[in-house]
Ligand binder design. Structure first.
Ligand SMILES: Cc1ncc(COP(=O)(O)O)c(C=O)c1O
Length: 406
């Protein structure tokens, strides 16, 4: 299989042979005959400004401890240019090791042991695991049938959360993983109003924010009226494929400044200096590369629609507005899902359709059941790959489905 010669599209730059030399989990969990379209890593080379920043640091031996606010300033510039967030609060930002550890540390600031944390399944599985390991209790407010936030369900969940403990929180995912929904400003304002009414603190995981695709606009939660006491977690990790170079930022709204001040100092020692340099370069100088990526992802989203219609007409989906994740409803394929249940799990757990696609098509997807309520019978497909790999994967999935049926 060869990749297209469009060398402006970051998604067509690497061949499968090159990708298979990678040692990250995406490429090593499964044997080499499997096309891996599961974990949220992208099949792209590093953006040149990021690679240059790392190269400069390595050449200089600049591998000591991180210092200063360059990361927050770079994000502030990006946020102003892309999202119209004019007064990004560098002074209310702090380094955290990565987004999920940042979420946990922020939850420790705004909730107590045993308190409730509301999540909207189907949702990124570590929302369950990290919250539970931090000795907080998950309360579910499932997304609506349109996969958007269900405000009535949130109202009810916030009410229940108050009966669990005194200081509940809502862990918002925007853009939402796995559905790719980008929450609108009016939806976020309604969330803020509900949260204020119930005394629930909002923690917004905005790791996919730079990945709003053509037609969608990302609204930072902290810019929404009524969100003054909220926190947001941001990072360049998903958009520029920097998960291996850990560094993220926790940002506090004005009414959360006192909470942020209680963040233990050692938390900011977690990210590595190289991570901070890479993320800073991405937000400061990586915009043009990101635009090329977003064009490539938009093309892949359209290609996926065509491929699904041709090879898997029984599978339905809603076009993601952001992220590079497609949430595919495979319930009409008739693959038994009873072993999956409807409970959160480990990202690599497989059951139902995802198990069938791995065994019969040699395509690795994320199994819907690990995303909590409403996930069984679905799979999540990562389309941050070349059109050639995407085409081969969906073709194989269609073939496997048809041979099951005969
Ligand atoms: C919504 C969401 N939050 C957090 C993460 C993980 O981020 P980090 O590696 O910075 O903890 C991911 C990874 O895919 C994600 O999709």
């Amino acid at each position: 299989m060869s990749v297209s010669a469009d060398d402006r599209n970051p998604l067509t730059r690497l061949t499968l042979d090159q990708l298979r030399r990678r040692t990250s989990v995406k490429w090593r969990l499964h044997p080499p005959d499997v096309l891996p379209l599961w974990v949220a890593e992208q099949d792209v080379p590093l953006a040149p400004p990021v690679a240059d920043a790392l190269r400069r640091a390595v050449d200089l031996g600049d591998t000591g401890y991180a210092f200063g606010t360059a990361y927050a300033e770079a994000l502030g510039g990006f946020a102003a240019g892309r999202w119209g967030w004019a007064d990004f609060p560098v002074g209310r930002s702090t380094l955290v090791p990565d987004v999920m550890l940042g979420v946990v540390e922020v939850l420790r600031l705004v909730t107590g042991p045993g308190d409730a944390v509301v999540v909207c399944p189907p949702v990124y599985p570590p929302f369950y695991a990290f919250v539970t390991h931090a000795d907080r209790r998950v309360v579910e407010a499932p997304l609506g049938p349109d996969l958007r936030l269900d405000l009535a369900a949130l109202d009810e969940a916030f009410r229940r959360a108050r009966t669990v403990g005194d200081r509940p929180a809502f862990l918002l995912c925007n853009p939402h993983n796995p559905t790719g929904v980008v929450h609108r400003a009016d939806e976020l304002a309604a969330v803020a109003e509900l949260a204020a009414r119930h005394g629930v603190r909002v923690v917004a995981d905005e790791i996919h924010a730079p990945l709003a695709l053509a037609g969608a606009r990302f609204t930072p939660y902290l810019t929404v009226p009524g969100a003054e006491d909220a926190f947001a977690l941001l990072s360049a990790s998903k958009a520029w494929n920097l998960a291996g170079l850990k560094a993220a930022l926790a940002v506090a709204g004005p009414a959360a400044a006192a909470d942020l001040a209680r963040m233990p100092e050692e938390v900011s020692h977690g990210p590595s200096h190289l991570g901070v340099l890479a993320h800073t370069a991405a937000f400061r100088d990586g915009g043009p590369w990101l635009d090329l990526l977003l064009d490539g992802l938009d093309d892949n989203r359209a290609l996926l629609a065509t491929l699904l219609a041709e090879h898997l007409p029984e599978v339905s989906w809603r076009r993601p507005e952001g992220t590079y994740l497609a949430w595919l409803d495979c319930t009409r394929l008739g693959v038994p899902t009873e072993s999956a249940g409807d409970g959160p799990g480990v990202a690599s757990d497989l059951a139902g359709p995802a198990r069938m696609f791995l065994d019969d098509a040699r395509v690795a997807l994320s199994s819907g059941h690990v995303f909590g309520a409403g996930g069984a019978g679905f799979v999540r497909l990562n389309f941050a790959t070349s059109p050639a790999v995407l085409t081969e994967a969906v073709t194989r999935m269609g073939r496997a489905t048809r041979s099951r049926a005969t």
